[in-house]
Write a protein that binds this ligand. Structure first.
Ligand code: P6P
Length: 315
């Protein structure tokens, strides 16, 4: 339903999730608690670990002890992580605890990405609970660790941004009901792979640069998905990680990179496709399968999909 007018002064993440969940008559408070646990600090000053390993351990520990989760899927874990019986709740969380970690040493922004689904039955949690399409997601979000730390989440009623205020240790609602502009002026893709792109991608990117086909777009590529997607939310445009001749399914992972970002982008009025169908309609077959992704402003995504369709009709 529509979001009630919220007094955006100092609406913390906890209060927001509580207010959203109170609208759900059958709410058990588990989703609220789930978001709550992610917001707490508990670094015990353990020995210095690789940041992505530490992030993964923190995610698994916090989620497993929240009594709200039955199954975890992590970019860092080959198989699903089952929560022990007495701590099990009704949610399934797929996450990339620290995406873009290859950028840590040069201080480029990195982030965490997650999607939350509900376990449909009381069976023992297993792989089949994890391989669900994005259109079964009940909530998703990312945290961006950049010049500021921001959480962007959706519970199915639009997308909302919360900026961390370190002085009070709370995430404050600063971007209520984020909407992605219908068209942008930025394309975001790694042009180092131009030599192995399909012809449709070459034609589209060439069109974005050609003054004879309209005002040329700006090129922006951070190489850290959360940073590139967050910029796309704020400024519009398109983010593409396509299939290439060397990587027929692209590089980004479906369950914990493409689906959460596609859910958020769709909630914000944008589109997210694998080049053929909506990312949210893709039926996952394997836990860590990759997917091409075309994500961002509705008109920009539609434009590249038109060119892809034209080329596939030629074959
Ligand atoms: P490439 C970072 O390593 C990452 O997983 C995403 O965050 C990012 O969008 C992508 O890979 C960058 O990949 O091939 O362009 O370096």
């Amino acid at each position: 339903g529509s979001l009630q007018p919220l007094n955006s002064d100092c609406v913390t993440l906890t209060r927001f999730v509580l207010s959203e969940q109170k609208r759900a008559p059958h709410a058990t408070g588990e989703l609220t608690q789930l978001f709550g646990t992610v917001g707490q600090k508990n670094v015990q000053g353990e020995e210095v670990k690789k940041l992505d390993i530490l992030a993964n351990e923190l995610f698994i520990n916090m989620l497993s002890s929240s009594y709200t989760v039955a199954l975890l899927i992590s970019e860092e874990n080959e198989t699903v992580v089952e929560v022990e019986t007495e701590k099990r709740g009704k949610y399934i969380v797929a996450f990339d605890p620290l995406d873009g970690s290859s950028n840590i040493d040069c201080l480029v922004s990195i982030g965490s990405i997650f999607a939350i689904m509900k376990k449909e039955d009381n069976s023992i949690p297993s792989l089949k609970d994890a391989l669900k399409p994005g259109n079964t997601v009940v909530a998703a979000g990312y945290a961006l660790y950049g010049s500021a730390t921001m959480m962007v989440i959706s519970l199915g009623t639009g997308v909302h941004g919360f900026m961390l205020d370190p002085s009070i240790g709370e995430f404050i609602l600063t971007d209520r009901n984020l909407r992605v502009p219908p068209r942008g002026k930025i394309y975001s893709i790694n042009e180092g792979y131009t030599h192995i792109w399909d012809d449709a991608i070459k034609e589209y990117i060439q069109k974005k640069k050609d003054p004879k086909q309209g005002k040329p777009y700006n090129a922006r590529y951070v190489g850290s998905m959360v940073a590139d997607v967050h910029r796309t939310f704020k400024y519009g445009g398109i983010f593409i990680y396509p299939a290439t001749k060397e990587s027929p399914n692209g590089k980004l992972r479906l369950l914990y990179e493409c689906i959460p970002m596609a859910y958020l982008m769709t909630q914000a009025g944008g589109l997210a496709s694998n080049g053929k169908i909506s990312i949210l309609d893709v039926q996952p077959e394997e836990l860590h399968q990759r997917s091409p992704i075309f994500l961002g402003s509705k008109e920009d995504v539609e434009e590249v999909l038109e060119i892809i369709k034209k080329h596939s009709n030629k074959k």
